[in-house]
Design a protein around this ligand. Structure first.
Ligand code: NCD
Length: 304
């Protein structure tokens, strides 16, 4: 029995297997329509979410399984003071697998240590978000056909953006990646990611506050939302929230085959005029996230 708390819990071979399974599901959805008949996924979301929770639930339904959903933390026993460890033990009696989102870093790990069933981290505070990374990886693979030798720009809130941290960790498994880190001074990548992942592995990287000056180099541009809920004061958020707004003019010197990704929700950072540009991948990315979650559920339930 195993859980996925960090993207590094999956080997490169397993990532490739998930990508292959997801591609197979996309081609033959009927083949998978009853593969999880009788299985139950519990979604425990202690923090707001639309797409991640619904994506997990859609994934389980499309595999023929059922879903037990606890979406409103205010109505759960956590509000009575129940520990994450106890919640995990209790849910193990009802379900076959758990997807958990929690505002506290490490909560899904505690759940995994106490549950008798696999736990998937669906986002823990400003820390990690491995299943968003699975969506990102399938998008990159389908757009570029490879992971090696890509110049990947991350733009926006690199400090609190957990999807950024997880994707950088995942890409550090491949060769010839150049990281371009674009953020305001205050929202720079935390040093545990920059030092431990990028510098210790001797990856080439640049850090800048200016998106347009690096645009022409990028194969992938990963835009992110400034994470309002993780700020200590509203004035800082208001000052920084519109640091980067991607408009068609800013793409003037971008590569013709640039891929623009965003984990969504988008606030202001990508103008809707970009949605028509064929380089915009963020809505496909949502769909790919569902297929990768299906593949991950199959792997952790040992159905495939
Ligand atoms: C992301 C998250 O929750 O970290 N959203 C998502 O799961 N797709 C990104 C965000 O909230 O900005």
């Amino acid at each position: 029995m195993r859980s996925v708390i960090n993207i590094l819990d999956l080997s490169v071979e397993e990532l490739q297997k998930l990508i292959d399974t997801a591609n197979n599901i996309i081609e033959n959805p009927k083949k998978y329509a009853h593969i999880c008949d009788g299985k139950k996924l519990a979604t425990l979301f202690f923090e707001p979410s639309t797409r991640t929770r619904l994506s997990f639930e859609a994934a389980m339904y499309e595999l023929g399984g059922n879903v037990l959903s606890m979406s409103d933390a205010g109505s759960s026993s956590a509000s009575k003071g129940e520990s994450v460890a106890d919640t995990a033990k209790v849910i193990s009696c009802y379900a076959d697998i758990i997807a958990m989102r929690h505002p506290k870093e490490g909560a899904p790990l505690v759940a995994a240590m106490n549950a008798d069933i696999p736990v998937i981290n669906a986002g823990d505070g400003g820390h990690n978000h491995p299943t968003q990374t699975l969506a990102d990886l399938l998008t990159i693979y389908r757009e570029k056909g490879r992971f090696d030798n890509l110049t990947v720009g991350f733009c926006g809130d690199l400090k609190f953006g957990r999807t950024v941290h997880s994707l950088i960790e995942a890409l550090s498994r491949y060769n010839g990646i150049k990281f371009v880190l674009i953020s305001p001074e205050e929202l720079k990548l935390p040093s545990y990611v920059k030092k431990d992942i990028i510098q210790n592995n001797n990856f080439e990287y640049v850090q800048t506050t200016d998106l347009e000056s690096v645009m022409s180099e990028l194969d992938i541009l990963y835009m992110t939302r400034v994470q309002r809920e993780r700020f200590f004061n509203e004035a800082d958020y208001l000052r920084l929230k519109d640091s980067y707004i991607l408009t068609p003019e800013k793409l003037n010197n971008a590569k013709k085959d640039l891929s623009i990704l965003h984990p969504l929700p988008r606030v202001n950072e990508i103008s809707i005029a970009i949605d028509k540009d064929e380089r915009a991948c963020y809505f496909k990315q949502v769909l790919y996230g569902k297929y990768m979650r299906m593949a991950l559920i199959l792997m952790l339930l040992e159905v495939l």
